[in-house]
Design a protein around this ligand. Structure first.
Ligand SMILES: NC(=O)c1ccc[n+]([C@@H]2O[C@H](COP(=O)([O-])OP(=O)(O)OC[C@H]3O[C@@H](n4cnc5c(N)ncnc54)[C@H](OP(=O)(O)O)[C@@H]3O)[C@@H](O)[C@H]2O)c1
Length: 336
């Protein structure tokens, strides 16, 4: 296997941990002796050991059997080894202490706490470093993490469920179910992939949503963010998990900027038309995921947008679409 193939293997296997590593990036590491893989390590769970440390620990079982000294091995890792001492120790220092002489890296870590400092530690200690193998895939695999550290704010996805005639809900305070069970299950996976879910006070009071990720695989539950100055019942479903942050002010830019220093790389906005349009008007939405049913709600229902094709008018273009039973799921991204 060459370095490209080993990097692809590390990237592919790392993907299994995307729901348990978040809000950290997924990272894979492989120790290679030139002929065979000695060990592999992955960042499996947020707060636990990093990929490089897991690969090094596993390799120790083969010391004196498959290799005699770590200096014979090359470490392939998808993301730059960390320089700082966070929840776990500095990976770059650990690599140096083992005696590994060559490290092949997919991409530099965009986190300003690392951003080249891990590579610097390796190079200063005589380690041969190669950077940029399948860099695009690493960036795409951890796109929320890269976005956050490049833009100083989380990536924001607006999810809307719409009737065929562009409506969000019926007037009044009853919850309106618009899309199929299969679409609503798809939303659970979408929730699981995000670091936080954000909603407003009217949705909270009218729908009494739980807004957690009800999926059949292990996931770090998204944090919940509530925007309202209204009085509400603290016994509502939303508060059943103890991970809610509440904002009473209406300055969305300020609210979003306040996440700069929090470990939140992605936010899923699940709100009604008022809050959704406020986000869109401030150009704060990076992606829209629309689930559209094949039934109409009629003139008495509340519209998502004032005009037809409003998603395009807000500067989004359709990237992909899928059929989910009789619903249509469409993903829109910012145009340019
Ligand atoms: N079809 C769907 O996908 C979907 C999804 C979610 C909800 N809904 C429906 O939407 C209905 C509620 O929609 P909605 O838009 O009236 O309520 P909303 O989603 O709750 O949004 C309005 C809330 O956001 C707060 N907010 C904070 N900053 C704001 C800002 N800059 N601009 C606008 N609001 C701001 C408001 O605060 P204050 O409390 O201080 O006024 C208010 O509580 C619900 O009945 C629900 O059924 C539909």
């Amino acid at each position: 296997m060459n370095f490209e193939e080993l990097m692809l293997r590390a990237l592919t296997n790392a993907e299994s941990f995307k729901y348990t590593a978040k809000p950290n990036p997924v990272v894979g590491a492989i120790l290679w002796n030139g002929n065979e893989i000695i060990s592999e390590g992955y960042h499996e769970v947020y707060g636990s050991h990093h990929a490089e440390i897991n690969a090094i620990s596993d390799a120790k079982k083969f010391l004196g059997k498959k290799f005699d000294n770590f200096s014979e091995l090359t470490l392939i890792c998808t993301l730059e080894p960390c320089s700082h001492v966070g929840k776990t120790g500095s990976c770059a220092k650990k690599i140096v202490s083992t005696g590994i002489k060559k490290v092949v890296i997919g991409s530099i870590d965009p986190n300003p706490k690392v951003a080249g400092k891990g590579i610097e530690i390796l190079k200063k200690n005589g380690v041969d470093v190669v950077v940029g193998i399948h860099e695009d895939i690493v960036k795409n695999q951890n796109k929320y993490f890269f976005f956050k550290h490049t833009n100083n704010r989380p990536y924001i996805i607006l999810k809307i469920a719409s009737s065929l005639d562009g409506k969000s809900h019926m007037q009044g305070d009853e919850r309106t179910i618009i899309t199929s069970k299969a679409s609503r299950e798809d939303v659970q996976i979408l929730r699981a992939s995000c670091d936080a879910i954000l909603t407003g006070g009217n949705t909270l009071i009218n729908d009494n949503p739980r807004m957690n990720a009800r999926v059949s695989f292990p996931t770090n539950q998204p944090k919940k963010i509530l925007l309202t100055s209204k009085e509400y019942d603290k016994e509502l479903n939303f508060f059943k998990e103890n991970n809610v942050q509440i904002f009473k002010n209406q300055d969305l830019t300020k609210i979003i900027n306040s996440f700069k220093d929090q470990e939140i790389c992605s936010i899923l906005v699940e709100a009604g038309p008022k809050l959704a349009n406020s986000f869109l008007n401030l150009d704060l939405i990076d992606e829209i995921i629309a689930y559209t049913s094949n039934a109409k709600l009629g003139n008495k229902a509340i519209s998502w947008f004032k005009e037809n094709n409003a998603i395009e008018n807000y500067g989004f273009k359709l990237e992909s679409s899928y059929k989910i039973e009789t619903d249509l799921k469409e993903i829109f991204k910012k145009n340019g």
